[in-house]
Design a protein around this ligand. Sequence first.
Ligand SMILES: Cc1cc2nc3c(=O)[nH]c(=O)nc-3n(C[C@H](O)[C@H](O)[C@H](O)COP(=O)(O)OP(=O)(O)OC[C@H]3O[C@@H](n4cnc5c(N)ncnc54)[C@H](O)[C@@H]3O)c2cc1C
Length: 247
Amino acid sequence: MISTSPGRLTSLLLDLSTREAEVSRADDLGPRFRLVSIAGDSLKGVAWSPGDMVQVVVVGAALLGPWEVRSYTPLAFDPATGTAEVLWYVHGGGPGSGWAASATAGTPCRLVGPRRAVPLRTSRRPLVFFGDETSFGTAVALRATPSGDGDVRFVFEVDSVEESRAVLARFGLTDAALVARDAGDSHLDEVEHEVLTAYRSAGAGVLTGKASSIQRLYRALRAAGARGRDITNVPYWAPGKKGLKGH
Ligand SMILES: Cc1cc2nc3c(=O)[nH]c(=O)nc-3n(C[C@H](O)[C@H](O)[C@H](O)COP(=O)(O)OP(=O)(O)OC[C@H]3O[C@@H](n4cnc5c(N)ncnc54)[C@H](O)[C@@H]3O)c2cc1C
């Protein structure tokens, strides 16, 4: 009879369910943004569509745990070299944020995916795209779709307009509407105005980022006559909740 020790079984399961890679490069793009390249043979030849997410194991190296995964959207993915580039928002309040803050070239990394999150390839154009700092990578990924981002109006709610503008400019996104958050969410009036105005000429919308903002904008769009199938919603985070998975 073959006996398998729990340690071996655990690492076998981990090997089967995750891809092993490592950080090949990590650069600060601002006080709260970090561009992290993750590369590995296990990512070579893998199918990726813009808007797909990967789940990174940010706590724990063995399935017996504790371990936690967090979801991120590669802004680019090269199956030839097996490299995923992720723009991390380092908000400072969770293990995913902490993992990115300390990641440097050579940091080992395990991930799951890529798998479907926001179907950017099939999103109709013209399009209004709403999000926040966590959505910048998804916004950049729109470039890699056949329709590109030329016919997309970007609207973002952000903590720092200045920092966000500088980060987006590095990726050539210079004409986004950036609205500064305020504690009572009254900035959402302006966000809603921007999104509704853009939707009137676009006819299609993608809403990502903070769950409560998406909910409000979805209601406003529906009240303005948008059909449910013209709007894609994928909440990326919510205050007090850990590790949303995009569905
Ligand atoms: C499909 C999908 C794609 C995503 N793509 C990206 C991406 O490309 N880049 C990226 O940076 N993020 C992305 N996110 C968001 C990211 O997964 C969340 O922000 C996640 O919660 C971060 O994990 P954490 O361990 O840092 O915080 P968690 O442990 O998950 O959360 C702890 C607490 O931190 C707070 N928190 C979480 N996120 C934020 C935030 N953004 N701002 C302020 N407070 C926050 C909440 O109060 C939460 O309760 C994506 C999420 C999904 C579902």
